[in-house]
Design a protein around this ligand. Structure first.
Ligand code: ADP
Length: 426
C-alpha cells in the first residue's frame, strides 16, 4: 500500500518538473503514464489471482510481483493449511469407517427419518443391504419384515429385537437400537445364532431329562399306590417289588450317566498317563463275556502293539460303552470282534458286531443325548440314551474321532481313531 502511494508520489515528482519546464500537457501525460503503468502492474496480478482462485492448486507455487507476492504467499499458506486439515479429517473419517467395517457385529447409522447414512459390510450381508445404492433410503423400505418395522416404529428400544431374518432362516439376530446425536439411531446387529442354539439345546436337555426320569417315577408311584391300596399275595408282592427295583435301577443308571457326562464336560484336560492297551482290551473282553453270558462269540483281533496316552477311567468308560452296546444290541449267536491296530498315523480301537445294524439316516444323530433308534429296545436292554454322548465327549477330549459304519441286517462297526500324539510305545 505504502509502496503504491510512493510510486504515485514518484510519478508526480517526475511530472511536476516536466510540466514546468516542458509543457503542462507533457507533465500531465507523464503523471498519467506513471499511474497507467501502476494499474497495468496491478491488473496483471489481479488476473493471476483470479486465475488461481478458480482452481487453487497448492502444489504449483503461486508467485506475485512486489507487494502482491506477500498477499499470494499468505493465501497460498492458508489454502495449504486448509487442505492439510481436510486431509487429516478425511483420514480420521476413513479410520472410523475402517473400524466400523472391522466390527464383527453389523452396524447401521440412521438419520432422524430412519434413512441409512452408513452401514458396514457385516450389516449389508445380514440385512441384504447395498450401501452404494441404499444410502439415503429408508431402512423400513428395504428390510420389510413386519416385526422389524413395528420395532423401529414403536420407538421403545429398552430391549433388543430378536429377529429370525427371512433371507437366512437358520440365523438369529439380536438388534439393539441406540439413539445418539438427538434423534439419530445407531443399530447394532449381533448374530446370536450360536447362543440361541445352546439355549435351545439346554432347554431340550432339561425337557429330556425330566421326561426320562418321569416315566420310571410314574411307574414306581403307580406300583406304590397299588401296594398301599390292594392286599397282594406274596408272589404278586415279589413281582411288584421286582418291577419297582427295575425302575429305580433305571433311574440310577440315568443319573449315573448324567453325572459322568457332566464330570467329563467340566473336567480339566485329561491326564497323559500311559494306558496299557493289552490289559484294557483283556478287561473289556472279560466284561463283554460276563454281560453276554455266553450268548455271543467274542473275539479280539489286535496287532499287540502300542498303548494310549490319556485318562484311564475316561478311556475305559468310552471303549466299554462301545463294547456294551455291541453285546446289548446283537442277538444271541452273533459275533463281536474287538480290533486294536496302530499305524504311523495313530491307532484305532473298533468294535464290530453282527447285530441288527442302523439305518444310515440315524447315524449322524446317534451321539446326541437321549437319541435312540428304537426307544423300546434301548430301554429293555438297560440303555439310557447317553452312552454314545459320553463316548463322543471322552474321545474328543483325547483328540480322537468316533467313526460309525453300519448296514441294516448286517451289523455295525464303531471305531475310535486316535492321533499319533496319543499313541505310546507304538
Ligand atoms: P443307549 O443307552 O440307548 O444304548 P447309546 O447312546 O449308547 O444309547 O446309543 C444310542 C443308540 O444307538 C441306541 O439307542 C441304539 O439305537 C443305537 N446303537 C448303539 N450301538 C449300537 C449297535 N452296536 N448296534 C445297533 N444299534 C446301536
Amino acid at each position: 500500500m505504502i509502496r503504491a502511494v510512493l510510486l504515485a508520489l514518484l510519478a508526480a515528482a517526475v511530472a511536476v518538473p516536466v510540466g514546468h519546464f516542458v509543457a503542462h500537457w507533457a507533465g500531465w501525460s507523464t503523471f498519467c503514464l506513471g499511474l497507467a503503468l501502476q494499474m497495468i502492474f496491478h491488473f496483471r496480478n489481479f488476473a493471476r489471482l483470479d486465475r488461481w482462485s478458480r482452481q487453487p492448486l497448492v502444489d504449483a507455487s503461486l508467485e506475485g510481483e512486489g507487494e502482491w507476492d506477500n498477499i499470494f504467499g499468505r493465501l497460498y499458506r492458508h489454502e495449504k493449511d486448509l487442505r492439510d486439515q481436510i486431509a487429516r479429517r478425511d483420514q480420521e473419517i476413513a479410520m472410523l469407517i475402517a473400524a466400523g467395517q472391522a466390527l464383527t457385529d453389523g452396524v447401521v447409522l440412521l438419520d432422524t427419518q430412519n434413512h441409512i447414512m452408513f452401514c458396514n459390510t457385516t450389516a449389508e450381508t445380514q440385512l441384504g443391504l447395498k450401501v452404494a445404492t441404499d444410502r439415503g433410503q429408508s431402512i423400513v423400505n428395504l428390510v420389510r419384515q413386519p416385526e422389524f418395522v413395528a420395532y423401529l416404529e414403536a420407538g421403545d428400544f429398552s430391549r433388543p429385537l430378536t429377529l429370525r431374518p427371512e433371507r437366512y432362516k437358520d440365523r438369529v439376530y439380536a438388534i439393539h437400537v441406540i439413539p445418539y446425536a438427538g434423534n439419530r439411531r445407531l443399530m447394532q446387529i449381533k448374530d446370536v445364532t450360536q447362543a440361541d442354539r445352546l439355549d435351545q439345546t439346554r432347554r431340550d436337555f432339561v425337557a429330556n431329562v425330566s421326561h426320562e426320569l418321569r416315566t420310571p417315577l410314574t411307574v414306581l408311584a403307580g406300583f406304590l399306590e397299588t401296594m398301599q391300596e390292594i392286599d397282594l399275595d406274596d408272589d404278586e408282592r415279589r413281582r411288584y417289588l421286582g418291577m419297582m427295583a427295575d425302575q429305580s435301577r433305571r433311574m440310577q443308571s440315568i443319573v449315573q450317566d448324567l453325572l459322568t457326562l457332566s464330570s467329563i464336560e467340566s473336567a480339566p484336560p485329561p491326564d497323559n498317563d500311559v494306558v496299557d492297551m493289552a490289559s484294557l482290551i483283556d478287561k473289556l473282553r472279560r466284561d463283554a463275556e460276563a454281560l453276554s453270558g455266553g450268548r455271543h462269540n467274542i473275539v479280539v483281533e489286535s496287532d499287540g502293539r502300542g498303548d494310549l496316552r490319556g485318562s484311564e477311567p475316561e478311556l475305559i468308560s468310552a471303549l466299554a460303552n462301545l463294547v456294551t452296546n455291541a453285546v446289548r444290541y446283537t442277538p444271541a449267536g452273533g459275533k463281536i470282534t474287538l480290533h486294536w491296530q496302530t499305524s504311523p498315523q495313530g491307532a484305532e480301537f473298533a468294535v464290530q458286531d453282527t447285530g441288527p445294524g442302523i439305518d444310515p439316516k440315524h447315524i449322524p444323530r446317534l451321539t446326541e443325548r437321549f437319541y435312540r433308534v428304537d426307544r423300546g429296545r434301548s430301554r429293555d436292554s438297560g440303555g439310557t440314551g447317553l452312552g454314545l454322548a459320553i463316548v463322543k465327549h471322552s474321545l474328543n477330549r483325547h483328540q480322537a474321532q468316533l467313526d460309525i459304519k453300519s448296514e441294516l441286517g448286517v451289523g455295525s462297526r464303531f471305531a475310535a481313531r486316535f492321533p499319533a500324539s496319543r499313541v505310546a510305545n507304538g
